[in-house]
Design a protein around this ligand. Structure first.
Ligand code: ATP
Length: 238
């Protein structure tokens, strides 16, 4: 069977911000039903790449196709779920209300009650967002990214700050979504998360992809993924 069209294609992506080169000639793709983990030290350019895919930053060079459309266009946004590193914008809203409201914006949303239960949000569904712990806020951010049943999901460090229960629940949900054909691009600093979930791993350093492949390919020489990461990257960019 021929490979399906990629959900996300990034070719030769280059970005300059504040007079500095942040991304250089980055190539990356995500197929439907696959999860790509983007790894890299602090400041490597992972969030910048996601912001380009959301149409929030206009690149200086290269091409991005999001579900066959240009980033930020209605056709692209309609099928995309996005979980940024922080969403302070929610502030006073209660998670239960937020998810019900967000679900009303989509034609075929997930059932907010089911998503809420799956991610352990039931326990704090009535507490204002700003009073939640960091890990609880992350779970709500994740639910907000998933509620519209997106075909392509961008998750920027989705499990940062989550306890092991919430992290396992998140991993289980992401595996189910992948099986259902959803394409996922996820950034993480947790090597075990990449090992547990990723079909493909790309390691970014100083805005350049240093290594890409499956976890098995990257670790075929006997080194762990963390050892490969440490040997192919430099300490974080300021
Ligand atoms: N608007 C901007 N103007 C100038 N420089 C920027 C801007 N946004 C980001 N940068 C710089 O781009 C680099 C990459 O930042 P980015 O947030 O993409 O890194 P990251 O890989 O997501 O890091 P982390 O793992 O810490 O989240 C950093 O050096 C950052 O200071």
């Amino acid at each position: 069977m021929p490979e399906p069209d990629p959900a996300l294609t990034i070719e030769g992506l280059s970005v300059r911000l504040g007079g500095r080169r942040i991304l250089s000639e980055v190539n990356l793709g995500v197929q439907p039903g696959r999860l790509t983990a983007l790894l890299g030290p602090n400041g490597a350019g992972k969030t910048t790449l996601i912001r380009c895919c959301a149409g929030l930053i206009t690149p200086d060079g290269g091409r991005i196709s999001v579900l066959g459309a240009a980033p930020g266009t209605p056709a692209a946004l309609a099928g995309v779920g996005m979980m940024p590193q922080s969403t302070g914008a929610w502030s006073g809203v209660r998670p239960g209300e937020l998810l019900r409201y967000l679900s009303s914006l989509y034609g075929e949303p997930h059932d907010p009650a089911v998503l809420q239960a799956r991610l352990g949000i039931d326990a704090y569904a009535r507490i204002p967002y700003r009073r939640l712990s960091g890990g609880q806020q992350q779970a709500v951010n994740l639910a907000g990214a998933l509620i519209g049943r997106p075909k392509l999901i961008f998750l920027d460090e989705p499990t940062a700050g989550m306890d092991p229960h919430a992290r396992r629940a998140t991993w289980g949900l992401l595996r189910e979504l992948r099986t259902a054909g959803v394409a996922i691009l996820l950034t993480t600093h947790a090597m075990e998360e990449a090992e547990a979930l990723a079909d493909q791993v790309s390691i970014l350093d100083g805005g350049v992809i240093k290594i890409a492949g499956t976890v098995a390919e990257l670790t075929a020489g006997g080194a762990s993924l963390e050892e490969i990461f440490l040997s192919s990257t430099h300490p974080g960019t300021p």
